[in-house]
Design a protein around this ligand. Structure first.
Ligand SMILES: [Zn+2]
Length: 316
């Protein structure tokens, strides 16, 4: 008990230093040997590679064998799921051939998003402007107890709150103990976190953390979940993020059910070639129930959908 007090005290001290990046020293890079399926991947990712053609759009056919029309969400949303106040516009179902490249796009560093853009692509190739911050951020701590947030100050965009609170409520009712460890991170907060990781783990920083501008957390719709079961699998009570999250009951439940609340797993297995990110079974992004359910039913990641169905948003 006493050691856990020390641990929590240490966490709060760290929060003072790094803002909303929780417990950074409590996290260590996931050992490559623990990654289920990335043999031979490079130890670090550089922004200069892979070249744009490797991600968009040259290898789309190999990634998504389904023809584009199969990517269209079902017009009927699932029943008996919580509703969101957000009403997304229909997905852009234009095929690449229907999307002329005449519209000039600038560098990703200049990409400013509209706040209603729930499906903006973010990968290690497609970044966000340092000037982008959502205008409708609210505190999650007003809606969930410290047993879930562990007391970390967490902000998310307004439309994410109700679906997330409903999902957490249903998980608690099912006997689970979900934790919400991280939400919105500003460009500068991500920069601080990234630089901290870079100084501590210079050879692995791009495995641990996205560079500023290349994190979905800047969107304000992305959440990192935790589980009190994780130490049972890692043997380390200080680890909050590890690929073994997929073994926990919370991880299992989220993988099976998060889409019913509008959340999708951003970086699933085998995502590296496409996104530059390694498997992160704890990292979910809100995209709306309709989109999340379509992705789940089609077995697609959001990135796979975006690369086929969305015009190229910027020049990597
Ligand atoms: Zn994350």
């Amino acid at each position: 008990m006493k050691s856990s007090y020390f641990f929590l005290f240490g966490l709060m001290l760290l929060l003072l230093v790094v803002g909303c990046q929780p417990a950074v020293t409590a996290v260590v890079p996931p050992p490559i040997t623990a990654l289920p399926a990335h043999p031979g991947v490079p130890a670090a990712i550089t922004l200069a590679s892979p070249p744009p053609s490797s991600a968009h759009p040259g290898n789309i056919a190999a990634i998504t064998p389904s023809p584009p029309h199969l990517l269209t969400p079902s017009p009927q949303p699932p029943t008996a799921v919580p509703t969101s106040t957000h009403t997304p516009t229909p997905p852009n179902t234009a095929t690449p051939t229907q999307t002329p490249t005449a519209t000039p796009v600038g560098p990703c560093a200049n990409r400013i998003l509209a706040d209603d853009d729930l499906w903006a692509i973010v990968t290690q190739n497609y970044g966000l402007s340092r000037d982008y911050a959502p205008t409708d951020l609210v505190s999650l701590n007003d809606h969930l107890g410290n047993d879930v947030t562990l007391g970390y100050p967490i902000e998310l965009r307004a439309m994410v709150i109700a679906p997330l609170v409903q999902m957490i409520s249903d998980m608690l009712a099912a006997g689970l103990k979900p934790q919400v460890l991280s939400g919105y991170r500003s460009w500068s907060a991500q920069s601080i976190a990234y630089n901290k990781w870079a100084s501590e783990f210079p050879g692995h920083v791009n495995i641990i953390s996205a560079p500023p501008g290349y994190s979905e957390h800047q969107l304000g719709t992305t959440i990192d979940f935790g589980s009190p079961e994780l130490p049972l699998y890692t043997g380390d009570p200080n680890l909050q993020f590890h690929t073994y999250f997929y073994k926990t009951n919370e991880g299992i439940w989220l993988l099976a059910n998060a889409h019913r609340y509008g959340f999708t797993l951003s970086w699933p297995l085998e995502t590296f070639e496409l996104t530059g990110f390694y498997y992160e079974p704890w990292h979910y992004r809100y995209v709306g129930i309709e989109m999340a359910t379509m992705l789940k039913e089609q077995g697609l990641s959001l990135t796979q959908y975006q690369l086929v169905n969305q015009p190229e948003p910027c020049v990597p």
